[in-house]
Every structure is written in structure tokens, then in C-alpha cells.
Design a protein. Structure first.
Length: 316
């Protein structure tokens, strides 16, 4: 089977590529992969002609490419990459007779403060990133109705060594000894270790389904922010202040940082959307995925691996 990993140089794609025989796949991305043995084509998914020319002879496309940071500017990039780029991939697949797509969306399409949503839950995207992902899903569903197979995976927050997303930023703040909780910390969060989502995507390459299918994906059990901070600080041997900033105060500070960021054109570590997301419960039902797959890496091991490689090796 010949596989194309679009966005394969990214965090999840790099882990997935390491599971495959190097002769069975190529990577399409704007940046070169960490593993220089992997075959790589430098293509922007907004360039239809290049996609159409190079998506030949593949049995399956795994589409991981996305514009996903909280503070992308201009915001139109979310739609140019996540929606129009996805349309380009689908057109190129159609032209080249490729019938199967695996797409990573996001649990953010359900919106904020939802109670344990499963795959049938109504979508309520709340920002440009989640709106663009929901729009991309719509395009994929339309494509699937023409006799094609698509599998849409909605992962929760993914963490692991090498990632520089929100979970890493939380760990880094804890490690610095300067972390102060905003809100009460009781909100439950679903997170997943990168090797688990990579192994799940690997399994889906040979998974058979009709037309289109959705899977939420997270590790189990989910964890409260208080528990996560307690476990991380204990492993890093760092004391965390017991006082907490009330949510409304933290949100006001976030809006102030938004203003400063807009005024000076600089990306800052805090924003109102980050405060909102941090304080929102994000606990998702992944029972459907767990019926066909068992996460190989327990949460405690994933956490241990990440902290050791990112922080503890510098303390030895």
C-alpha cells in the first residue's frame, strides 16, 4: 500500500512516519522532516497544481496539515489552509483516483463547555480554527458521498516530547516555579500522548468503513487540571503556589494582553482565548475508538517520558 502523509513533518506526522516502512510513503509538507531518510516533497496545500501533479499512485492520503495556533494573523489563513487546502487535496485525489482519506480534525468543533460529547454531538465551533475545521469536515463528507472512504479523527490536545503547544507551555511554567493557577482548576481535560494517536492513525490505514466515519480520540482516564499540575510538579520536584487567580481576573488580564499584542503586533504567552480554553472542561467520549483500539502507552508513562526528555535531563 502506498501512502501520502500531508503535513507529515509535523508533530503527529513525524511519529506516524516512524511507524511506516520508508518505502511505503512520502511526506508532503512546507518543511522538511526531522528524519532525513523520509521521502519528502516541499508543497504547500494551497497550491492545487503541485498537489494534482504529485498525488499519483497512492492508495490512501493521511491529511494532517493545518493552521492551528491560537494567534494566527491574518485570521484568513485558517480558512485558506484548513478549508481551501483541504478542497485542493480532495480535488487532486479525485483527479488521481485515490479513494481513501484519513483526516485529523479536532474536538474543538464541539465548542466550549460541552459535557462529554461523543461523535454524534452537535457541532458548535467557537473560534476561527474550529470553524475552519468544521468547514473542512463538510467538504470531506461531500467528497465521501461520491463512493469514496473518509475517516475523520477528532483528537483532543496532543502532547509529547518535541511539541511546543499549550500542554508544553503549562509544563514549562510549572518547571519554572512561576506557575499560578487561573480559576479553580477543577475542570476535566482529555489529553493524549503523541505515540497513541500515531498508532491509532496507523491502524486506520487498513480499517474498512462505509463512506465516512468519525472518531473522537483521547487517552483514558481524563484528568483535572489540579491533578495534572500536582502530578507534574511532583515529578519535577517543584513547589507550586497554593493561591489561585479568580477566573474573571485572569480573563481581564487576558484581554489586556490581547490589546498589547494587537497594539505592538507581537504574539504573547497569554490571551483571552487561552484563558477561556484553559478554564473550560474538555472531556470527550472516545469509547468508539477504544472499541477497535487500545492505547499502547498509559497516561502516566506518556507524562513521564515527556517530562524526562523535556525537563528532567537538564537537572541531572
Amino acid at each position: 500500500m502506498k501512502i501520502c502523509i500531508v503535513g507529515g513533518s509535523g508533530f503527529i506526522g513525524s511519529s506516524l512516519a516512524n511507524l511506516l516502512n520508508k518505502n511505503d510513503f512520502i511526506i508532503i509538507d512546507k518543511k522538511s522532516p526531522v528524519n532525513k531518510d523520509h521521502v519528502f516533497l516541499n508543497i504547500d496545500i494551497r497550491n492545487f497544481d503541485q498537489l494534482n501533479k504529485n498525488l499519483k499512485g497512492f492508495d490512501v492520503v493521511i491529511h494532517l496539515a493545518a493552521e492551528h495556533a491560537d494567534n494566527v494573523n491574518p485570521k484568513s489563513l485558517y480558512y485558506d489552509v484548513n478549508v481551501e487546502g483541504t478542497k485542493n487535496i480532495l480535488r487532486a485525489m479525485e483527479n488521481n483516483g485515490i479513494k481513501k482519506l484519513i483526516f485529523t480534525s479536532t474536538v474543538a468543533v464541539y465548542g466550549l463547555n460541552k459535557i462529554y460529547p461523543d461523535e454524534d454531538h452537535k457541532l458548535d465551533p467557537f473560534n476561527d480554527y474550529s470553524k475552519s475545521k468544521a468547514m473542512a469536515e463538510e467538504q470531506i463528507i461531500k467528497w465521501s458521498k461520491n463512493g469514496n472512504q473518509s475517516i475523520i479523527v477528532r483528537p483532543c490536545v496532543v502532547y509529547g516530547p518535541g511539541n511546543r503547544g499549550n500542554i508544553y507551555n503549562l509544563f514549562r511554567q510549572i518547571n519554572s516555579g512561576k506557575f499560578i493557577m487561573i480559576g479553580n482548576g477543577n475542570q476535566i481535560k482529555s489529553i493524549t500522548y503523541v505515540e497513541n494517536i500515531a498508532q491509532f492513525l496507523f491502524k486506520l490505514i487498513h480499517y474498512k468503513s462505509d463512506n465516512f466515519e468519525f472518531f473522537n480520540f483521547s487517552d483514558s482516564p481524563s484528568i483535572s487540571i489540579n491533578q495534572l499540575v500536582e502530578e507534574v510538579s511532583a515529578k519535577l520536584n517543584v513547589k507550586i503556589p497554593k493561591y489561585k487567580i479568580p477566573y474573571f481576573v485572569g480573563l481581564t488580564i487576558g484581554y489586556f494582553f490581547d490589546f498589547i499584542s494587537l497594539l505592538f503586533g507581537k504574539k504573547l504567552f497569554l490571551s483571552s482565548i487561552r484563558v477561556k480554553k484553559f478554564n473550560s472542561p474538555s472531556h470527550y467520549n472516545s469509547d468508539k475508538a477504544m472499541k477497535i483500539f487500545k492505547n499502547p502507552i498509559p497516561s502516566k508513562i506518556g507524562l513521564k517520558n515527556t517530562l524526562e526528555k523535556e525537563f528532567l535531563h537538564n537537572k541531572k
